[in-house]
Design a protein around this ligand. Sequence first.
Ligand SMILES: *Cc1c(COP(=O)(O)O)cnc(C)c1O
Length: 365
Amino acid sequence: MSSSNETPISLTRTRTPHPRPADSSLSFGKVFTDHMFVMNYTEEKGWHDPRVVPYAPFSLDPATSVLHYGQAIFDGLKAFRGADGTIRLFRAQRHAERLNKSARALCIPELDVNLVRRSFEAIVAADHEWVPSTPGTALYIRPTIIATDVMLGVHPSHSYTYFVICSPVGAYYKEGVKPVRILASDNHVRAVKGGLGEAKTAANYAASLSGQAEAEKQGYTQVLWLDGVERKWIDEVGTMNIMMKIGDEVITPPLAGTILDGVTRNSILQLLRDWGHKVSERPVSIDEVMAAGRNGTLKEMWGTGTAAVVSPVGELGYKGENIKIGGGQTGELTQKLYDAIVGIQYGRAPDAHGWTTPVKVTVAA
Ligand SMILES: *Cc1c(COP(=O)(O)O)cnc(C)c1O
């Protein structure tokens, strides 16, 4: 039950529920559930009218500011159905807090973090039947905020729409965790200090497309982003945070202005520290990594993010040189981290840090 001082979230159920696709047919982000969460902002009313309504298209004036200047933020988290039938959200509070951090970076008025967390719970409760149950599957939750002023002047909008949509997603790794080939780009950059790198915003994704396309053209799966000033320091990989094990040190670049504070990154760093590993959040250059690759001390490298949890790097290309990492296989620590996180998400392993929250489902009579 919600306490009396909490803003009520209204619920309007769809009259035309859709058939749910079979778990085996699920991919990523192609099918959406029957409902969505919506809330509006105006200067007079602040954030208001939180509601769960039938999933439906928006009608937007062609001059709506988000369509022109990209004042938009989003986040992404998952709900998992455990073997016991319980649906759990993974680190909902941290995702809600990060949405607010992105809002600040894009001059979007902050939300009540508690209400954002409740919006996740409300939409998952309404569409709980859509949470798939096959191991590896999940319900992906996508909160988004868009600027809705109808105007072509360049300034922060005075009105916004917050919405949350959900998509049942298939297992990221259908045949076990699989390493990828990545290319360190020396001519495309994703973010610079003082820019938007720390925010989860549409603009960063737009900025990543040409670098990604170039990597694919050269036969790689992902881009390894280097810093925008010296083109030397490793930032992120694709739309994931990056980690590597050199000797017995696990290294990840620090949160110093260009990197997104990934929830998976944070969770993995916590587990590594729990397990007594030597962990460094420090700048790491592409030259250091290539040298470690040549002399055999680069043991493992992996990306981290909600979609995949971990994505092992089997091969790294830079300036025409390619180095194989761990014989192109998934590293032992990478696999152990994957298993540990997934175990917590599906409620199979103890949740020592209180990362999961069960979603209360009231079944309609
Ligand atoms: C979302 C995202 C990540 C991963 O964050 P998680 O919270 O772990 O999903 C990393 N880098 C970028 C640029 C992102 O947008």
